[in-house]
Write a new protein. Structure first.
Length: 197
């Protein structure tokens, strides 16, 4: 009698689902704060698992932050990751969801990276999510101070390169060196919209 060969599941082969990690998250019994990055955007969904399939309880997209709250920066950097997480967290609080677990998919979040900036936004909105404080990005990174400092340095050392690197920011009328002020304005607008300012 021949042995049956066991093949990995399709989504595992495509690097879309880590089934062992997913099982651990589901066993927590809490909704999952699902954070996904594309080359241009951040997508956050709060998902509850049921026997019939996953149900999305709340979601936020970096395009929503750009369209509805006037963000002029890039759609996939630390500041907008935080803002998108904040927006998703506030939507959760509004519908009575106040606890979740982080689901970063098949990718392990890097310390202080965009996925963890999203987590910090959701935490600041009031969601309770198990985490270690040491992994969260600092406030300078979240508000884009590193971007402003790099822009300032580039502007003096290579004005042509500055225009090339930050062309999208400049096209939208954002002075890159004042991105921290712009971040604070957009954050305050999101908080006011959800009655938290």
């Amino acid at each position: 009698m021949s042995k049956l060969r066991k093949f990995p599941l399709k989504r595992r082969l495509q690097f879309k689902t880590d089934y062992r990690r997913r099982k651990r998250l589901l066993l927590s019994g809490l909704p999952r704060l699902v954070v996904r990055r594309t080359s241009k955007n951040i997508i956050v969904q709060v998902v509850e698992a049921t026997v019939e399939g996953d149900i999305v309880l709340a979601s936020a997209h970096s395009k929503e932050v750009i369209r509805d709250f006037g963000w002029l920066g890039h759609g996939n950097n630390s500041p907008i990751a935080y803002l998108t997480g904040l927006l998703a967290g506030l939507k959760c609080m509004k519908i009575g969801v106040n606890k979740a677990v982080l689901d970063s998919g098949v990718f392990k979040p890097t310390r202080g990276g965009r996925i963890l900036a999203t987590l910090k936004g959701a935490l600041d909105a009031g969601l309770e999510i198990p985490h270690g404080e040491e992994i969260l990005p600092n406030i300078d990174r979240i508000c884009g101070k590193h971007i402003a400092e790099y822009a300032s340095k580039l502007k003096t050392e290579g004005p042509e390169l500055y225009k090339k690197v930050f062309s999208n920011y400049l096209k939208k009328g954002l002075d890159v060196e004042s991105i921290v002020d712009h971040f604070n304005e957009v954050r305050d607008k999101i908080l006011r919209t959800y009655g938290r300012a």
